[in-house]
Ligand binder design. Structure first.
Ligand code: HEC
Ligand code: HEC
Length: 163
């Protein structure tokens, strides 16, 4: 009897877990961030929403068919979910600047952070390729970590530990 009860309990729990996972509420809360990570992280790192204001994200999301020379079009539903995610997590204050080019790398805060101790030619080096290739130097991009502690310029060793 005991064994049977355990089994019944397990089957019930599994059914509840399956129902929860399939429920629209659960799916909706989890999937906006997941969609963003998957769709916006396919060609380059998924640039954190906090680095551009909502107005810039809106412009980016409304021009995905002509996205920095690429076609990054999405279906309407996915686009809407990602737009919502970006607006909710958008930047403000120092990160509230809306660059005409729509590039994070053209904001004043970005240029200030990246000009002081760096030779601009590093962005064109074969190891970096593009200023937009954040992950070449920021080792924690997969976790959204752009902090000073987690930077290594390719070919120059770990500058943070050299200080
Ligand atoms: C089909 C490939 C592709 C997809 C998918 C894609 N992008 Fe891009 N994106 C590019 C390219 C190419 C660039 C230019 C990179 C460069 O200059 O080196 C770019 C650049 C950017 C930049 C500017 C980076 C800078 O220089 O500061 C932002 C912001 C951006 N993308 C956001 C997004 C968002 C948001 C999504 C998801 C909705 C997305 N991208 C999906 C190809 C893509
Ligand atoms: C060639 C290497 C390199 C690339 C590529 C690069 N960064 Fe940086 N980043 C740095 C260095 C070096 C600093 C300065 C750290 C310091 O102040 O000592 C920095 C600083 C920053 C800071 C400030 C960190 C802090 O805590 O003060 C942010 C945010 C940042 N970068 C975001 C980005 C983003 C977003 C991209 C891509 C669009 C990018 N970086 C591309 C090297 C790079």
């Amino acid at each position: 009897m005991k064994v049977n009860n355990m089994k019944t309990k397990f089957v019930l729990l599994a059914a509840i877990a399956a129902a929860l996972t399939a429920s629209p509420v659960f799916a909706a809360t989890e999937s906006a961030a997941t969609k963003w990570a998957n769709e916006c992280g396919g060609c380059h790192v998924a640039y954190p929403a906090k680095f551009l204001p909502a107005a810039t994200w809106t412009k980016i999301m409304s021009g995905l068919d002509k996205h920095f020379g690429s076609d990054a079009s999405l279906d309407a539903q996915t686009s809407k979910a990602i737009s919502g995610y970006l607006a909710t997590n958008a930047g403000s204050g120092k990160h509230g600047e809306s660059p005409a080019s729509l590039r994070i790398s053209d904001t004043r805060w970005f240029q200030r952070e990246h000009s002081e101790e760096m030779d601009p030619s590093i962005f064109k080096s074969p190891l970096v390729k593009s200023v937009a290739n954040c992950g070449a130097c920021h080792l924690g991009v997969a976790k959204g970590d752009y902090s000073e502690r987690n930077i290594r310029i390719p070919g120059q060793g770990n500058r943070r530990n050299d200080d």
